[in-house]
Design a binder for this molecule. Structure first.
Ligand code: MG
Length: 222
């Protein structure tokens, strides 16, 4: 079972919905523009790993990037959720790293193809143990950071996010039903960079938590 933990309790993970370009400075570093409504893609739940596990760089990629993101974990299912009631659907929060094969993504972008491969490899969704929503009174006022081998690569504040969490939930639920255990990765701030085998990655968000993972390379190219 793929799972996330909230306050130590395991919950079966559902779909992973990942926002793109939700921090202006990251959109700029990628040469992209932000859009009025949140845009997103899906990552399979099978990509989930936990603290102490290993990100495995696939044989066909030489440029795998980290993207630290605040993950919103859905507790109460819903469809067409209003902005006003959206927070009632949040069970808790966790730290997620949206691992991305940037070279594979660049080829897909150029060809107008989906990002499913670049984002969907096994181990490409490290997620920390989460905490319940009641323990995070202001999810838009949290330091968000990621270190590689003890050095900061990303360091920002969730307040720099362009969209509010209720707006994100309301918008997504107008398109697809949200279920308990679904994870919304709310996008990354600037500072994304390449990971290489042997790297030790630590990421954290304010009172939400921290995660430590290592990096290795799959020797087999399919
Ligand atoms: Mg991302």
């Amino acid at each position: 079972m793929t799972f996330v933990k909230i306050d130590g309790k395991k919950i079966e993970a559902g779909k992973i919905i990942c926002l793109l370009r939700s921090y202006r400075a990251h959109a700029e570093e990628m040469g992209s523009k932000v859009s009025e409504k949140p845009e997103f893609f899906l990552k399979p739940g099978t990509a989930i790993i936990h603290g102490g596990d290993e990100i495995i760089i696939p044989g066909e990629s030489d440029d795998v990037h980290h993207e630290v993101e605040l993950a919103v974990i859905i507790g109460k299912p819903g469809k067409n959720i209003s902005v006003e009631t959206a927070m009632e659907h949040v069970a808790g929060y966790a730290v997620m790293i949206d691992v991305t094969a940037r070279d594979i993504q660049a080829v897909a972008k150029k060809a107008g193809k989906p990002w499913t491969v670049a984002k969907g490899f096994d181990t490409f969704a490290p997620i920390s143990d989460g905490v319940s929503a009641s323990r995070v009174p202001d999810p838009r006022n949290l330091e968000i950071w990621l270190k590689v081998n003890g050095q900061y690569r990303q360091r920002s504040c969730t307040g720099m996010m362009i969209y509010s969490i209720p707006e994100i939930i309301s918008h997504i639920s107008g398109i697809m039903t949200l279920e308990a255990g679904d994870i919304i990765a709310t996008g990354t701030p600037e500072g994304v960079s390449r990971l290489v085998p042997g790297d030790a990655v630590t990421a954290g968000i304010g009172s939400v938590g921290e995660i430590n993972v290592s990096v290795s390379k799959c020797p087999v190219k399919r």
